[in-house]
Design a protein around this ligand. Structure first.
Ligand code: ZN
Length: 201
């Protein structure tokens, strides 16, 4: 291991930032240098924002989203459609769907996927809370927006079975050709799914 080039406070900053996804020790060191150079404009407001986040961030009791209010901003938004719940694995997926802006519905964050190999069972996910929400007669459709992985699809089938005795529609995201995608570069699984789920022009 190389000798430290700065005092323990700065080395600690580097060490903490290097734990962030996408940042290794070298890029963390660059980020710290940048923050130190911009101490007033960037480092200080960032520290304040982080302190506020530490104090105020909560997990929404209703949907599992993270926010600074309880219930979360999405759950209390009156412009959203109460009859549709979009089920996602993580808050990151919720944010991704919100960026796409495709639907103004409610969400339910599972907190992962069923994974027998990793010892993740139904009790480890927020599935019971989803079923309770679906018992509300306002809910007409549940969209399973889980990842197209083996665990994601196992989870989707499990939830579909649990919801089979409710009078609501259970749908899942289409699998297929990405927007701007070229057929030649796609794997066989994606191509055959896209062919099976073709739509009329
Ligand atoms: Zn919520």
């Amino acid at each position: 291991m190389s000798a430290p080039v700065a005092g323990p406070e700065i080395e600690r900053l580097v060490q903490l930032l290097s734990k962030l996804p996408g940042l290794g020790p070298r890029s963390a060191r660059r980020a710290v240098l940048h923050l130190v150079r911009k101490r007033i404009e960037l480092l200080s407001p960032l520290a304040d924002a982080m302190q506020i986040a530490v104090e105020r961030i909560v997990i929404c009791d209703a949907c599992g989203n993270i926010d600074t209010c309880q219930p979360c901003t999405i759950c209390i938004d009156p412009r959203r459609d109460n009859s549709t719940i979009i089920v996602v694995e993580s808050v990151g997926d919720l944010w991704a769907l919100e960026r796409a802006g495709a639907m103004r519905a409610r969400y339910h964050v599972l907190g992962g996927t069923l994974s027998p190999l990793d010892g993740v069972g139904p009790k480890d996910l927020h599935i019971d809370a989803l079923i309770t929400r679906c018992a509300d007669e306002q809910v007409k459709e549940v969209i399973l927006a889980v990842n197209a992985t083996v665990d994601g699809q196992t989870t989707a089938h499990y939830i579909t079975d649990l919801l089979s005795h409710f009078s609501l529609k259970v749908t899942r995201l289409a699998h297929g050709v990405p927007v701007g995608g070229e057929l030649d570069y796609l794997d066989e699984g994606t191509l055959s799914a896209a062919m099976r789920q073709r739509t009329a022009m």
